[in-house]
Design a protein around this ligand. Sequence first.
Ligand SMILES: [Zn+2]
Length: 87
Amino acid sequence: MSEPGGKHVDCHELGRRLYEFLDQELSDAECQAIRAHLEHCAGCDDQLRLEERFLSHLRDCCTADQAPPLFRERITIIVRETLEGRG
Ligand SMILES: [Zn+2]
């Protein structure tokens, strides 16, 4: 069975691309593949909403400059640990 639209994104791939997706750094096709995954995966949908809220909170707090890459990486780790600890 082949999937229409070509690209398939699994949970692992989505986790790696979440920030790129939120930062709108992905191509249309990649965004579409991610949205398709989110539609049928409550876990990743949950994670996306969590990170989205977190990022918008960050932007509210420090609108002057963007979070440096290292800081972003730390956040990713913290969010991941939170999610895993919850499970
Ligand atoms: Zn998933």
